[in-house]
Write a protein that binds this ligand. Sequence first.
Ligand SMILES: *Cc1c(COP(=O)(O)O)cnc(C)c1O
Length: 402
Amino acid sequence: MIDFKQLAQKYKTPLYIYDLDHMTAQYTELKDAFKARKSILCYAVKANSNLSVVRHFAKMGSGADCVSIGEVRRAFLAGIPSYKIIFSGVGKNDDEIREAIEKDILYINVESEAELGRVELIAKDLDKKTRISIRVNPNIDPKTHPYISTGLHDNKFGVDLSTAKRMYIFANNSEHLDPVGIHFHIGSQLTELKPIYESAEIVADLVRSLQTIKIELKFFDVGGGLGIKYDDETLIPTYEYAQAILATLKGLDLTVICEPGRFLTANAGYFISKVLYEKQNGEKNFLVIDGAMNDLLRPALYSAYHKIEAVTDSTSSLKKVDIVGPVCESGDFFAKDYLLPNLAHNDLVVVHSAGAYGFGMGSNYNTRGRSAEVALESGEDRLIRKRETFDDLIALEKEFLN
Ligand SMILES: *Cc1c(COP(=O)(O)O)cnc(C)c1O
């Protein structure tokens, strides 16, 4: 049991709390599921990019999947070795590509023909041969929220099969490109196995067809996307997930790369916030708390559901409230018509499943400093990011004030 009250007293609110032991358990479960093959779990840093969180995964032997050079730098700082770092993303700029090549990471996941051309040019300029993988868009509907669906031709990600093949041939003929991997990532918060299996089959078939023209890949990168329980979702058992993927690889000697983000960190995280006031507008009850959409954007962005728990001595019956923050936007809510008891000033609310796409999507909107972050490990708590102060917020502007 986490003592939220004590943590709120010690670190103030709003506050992010991460249970690192839960992350360990999730990592171990997924890694074990793939044990029939060589595999590397490359933690998707964007899910929760706090350096101490990334270091925690580094210590377990995790690699990193990065979507900006900033994330690549975080991965290095956290102690992830270069040969386990992947650089993905649909729009890498020249400086980012150059730095990734110079740092000699495992591979760059290339997302278009134009990008492959840039990577080749920059590698040539640096007089290097750089490892690449190509992100294939298998045109499979992952059956998730449209904002987190990425594996359809309607989405901006990856290339279709025939383009991919052309790109592999181009790369294989280049002195500066070494095609070592193939990648797909069809979406996030996936709760159905079939689309994953079908995508893996399509991509594995492409690997076989490349073999017939003497292009031998080494890494089969299945992306991330494994769903977690926010509410009452039925999840894909990790063992079945791994087995379905491995079943598509019969006769192929490939190392599996998996890029979980949400699965590893979401349910390790709690966002805690204090009750400021209750108020009524006509029939509607509002609970105004000190956390806001600038701290946790998912409800506003995707209408995402988060379980919310009240920490209170109140024994009143439950009533429906909209749980909202102080930001000047109607979208600034954590939940609507949520059943909670009557709460008093300074009671706590705990937002669950906040360890992925929580802090990282935060902003300083309304000149609000970002929350502190605290790690829990083996019964101990420790600060892993300070609360932002007003001075932090204006630091880059102050000198221009005249
Ligand atoms: C975001 C992302 C992931 C992680 O997704 P989750 O749903 O958090 O597991 C993995 N790979 C790529 C390329 C991504 O963009």
